[in-house]
Write a new protein. Structure first.
Length: 485
């Protein structure tokens, strides 16, 4: 069997066969879940999910806790595609996603059951997953079976469901551990949101593929991160730059005894001052990587033995990168800026129910048009130079201007709105809105912000609103967002 023709379950079971008593998940108070226990618990959960959920998709509503890992793997044992829900989204947006995904039920911990009840689907409590008698095993998923469905915001404001197969995720996890030279002795800190591909592949599937262990933190807090890393001896960190900034500041104020071996930054551009300050405080390099949800997500990494600050590293094993002229679609030579295209076993199957949008980014011969602009250096490193798409990345979360503009325009006193990303030391970028009011109408910044809070997830709400008498426009009347800054 080819190393690419495997499922996520094959990856888990191989690690279990190699060392069944090794720690898979480290818990507080010296408790652990071994690989043998993780497989058994996941199979038990899978039996309950298979019995309760007849559709191909099951939604999970969890923070980053050990129970999420078990429920995620359990759903795969039930031969279901997992839809991890974004806990920050308003109910109406979650309802739309659940309907688009054709999800039939939601698995949630008892503490969150009330929060998901208004979504209108049956809620399976995690606590009830282990009372089901083991029934005949569900059909085994194949490498081409859908494993995970992750929704990202669309340019029109409607989320897009990225369909990732077992092959996509298993191959990307294998290539990532190969690139990072991970060992079974590694212990990962898992503190990213569960609805991120960076979290699923980087901090769950990669450690499982390596036969390593992970320690889960349900909510990011810099002091809690340092306490957990110190107590459970985590040596491998994967976080976003804004997290590294806060953790570094906390370590400066209240030093903890740590032994970090590897620290990787992703999901947004890494400011040089964050990298330099982290390296000074912790004494290890902070290595920038690059990925997209559509690529499962890892494309490239800097590594200690191949590190070029200012770039996002070299492509990982089996991932091909080329730089293409966005207009002519011709491949460009080294050190020339163009659109970044990706090919490999990690490239998504497509967008759910979005044939036209899928065709716009996936070529007939399997290349993904990322929408990111960059260059490939003569020595093989990727440098990101800009974004073809107009997304704004707020602490790793993607925000599209059109969605925020739409929310602003639903206010009765707003005539025009434009939105742009503005650099921010803590979050990489923040959302700033520019608003023109209707004649003789008044509204305060605070009132508009409150209006946005009722219609948008918190990270999409503008941090500032500037009132103008007019907005820059092109010949067709379209607001030119690039001129708003």
């Amino acid at each position: 069997m080819s190393e690419h023709e495997i499922t996520v379950l094959d990856v888990l079971e191989r690690s279990c066969q190699r060392a069944p008593q090794s720690v898979a998940i480290a818990l507080p108070d010296n408790a652990v879940i071994t690989y043998e226990q993780l497989v058994a618990k996941s199979k038990r959960a899978g039996a309950a999910i298979a019995a309760a959920n007849k559709s191909d998709v099951v939604a999970l509503f969890f923070p980053m806790v050990p129970e999420f890992v078990i429920a995620y793997l359990g759903a795969l044992y039930a031969n279901k595609c997992v839809l991890p829900l974004n806990l920050l989204l308003p109910p109406e947006e979650m309802k739309w996603i659940l309907a688009d995904a054709s999800a039939e039920s939601i698995v949630a911990p008892p503490s969150l059951a009330e929060k998901v009840a208004p979504l209108g689907l049956p809620v399976i409590s995690f606590a009830d997953l282990f009372g089901t008698e083991l029934s005949p095993a569900a059909p085994r998923p194949t490498p081409e079976s859908l494993a995970t469905l992750l929704y990202t915001s669309g340019t029109t404001g409607k989320p897009k469901g990225v369909m990732l197969t077992h092959k996509n995720l298993a191959s990307n996890a294998a290539s990532a551990i190969d690139a990072m030279r991970l060992e079974a002795s590694s212990r990962f800190l898992s503190c990213l949101p569960t609805f991120h591909s960076f979290a699923i592949t980087g901090t769950i599937l990669a450690p499982i593929a390596a036969g390593a262990s992970l320690a889960a933190l349900p909510k990011f807090d810099p002091e809690a991160v340092l306490n957990l890393v110190s107590t459970l001896k985590c040596d491998t960190l994967l976080m976003v730059p804004s997290m590294y900034r806060l953790v570094t500041r906390m370590q400066e104020r209240r030093p903890h005894e740590l032994k970090i071996r590897l620290a990787v930054s992703g999901a947004e551009a890494l400011p040089s001052e964050v990298r330099e300050r982290f390296e000074k405080v912790f004494g290890v390099p902070l290595l920038e990587g690059y990925g997209q949800t559509e690529t499962s997500p890892v494309i490239s990494f800097n590594m200690p033995w191949a590190n070029k600050p200012g770039t996002v590293g070299k492509p990982i094993k089996d991932v091909k990168v080329r730089i293409t002229d966005a207009a002519t679609l011709q491949e460009l030579p080294a050190d020339t800026t163009g659109e970044i295209w990706i090919s490999g076993p990690n490239v998504m199957k497509g967008y759910r129910n979005r044939a036209e949008e899928t065709a716009a980014v996936l070529t007939a011969d399997g290349w993904l048009r990322t929408g990111d602009m960059g260059e490939l250096t003569s020595d093989g490193f990727i440098r990101i130079t800009g974004r073809l798409r107009e997304m704004i990345k707020v602490a790793g979360e993607m925000v599209f201007p059109a969605e925020v503009e739409h929310a602003l325009l639903t206010h009765p006193n707003v005539f025009e709105a434009g939105v742009a990303g503005v650099k921010d030391e803590r979050k990489g970028e923040i959302v700033k809105a520019f608003v023109v009011l209707k004649p003789d109408q008044k509204v305060t910044e605070d009132e508009l912000l409150q209006h946005c809070r009722t219609n948008l997830a918190s990270y999409k709400v503008p941090k500032a609103i500037e009132f103008r008498t007019e907005l820059p426009k092109g010949p067709t009347g379209k607001v030119l967002r690039r001129l708003l800054k």
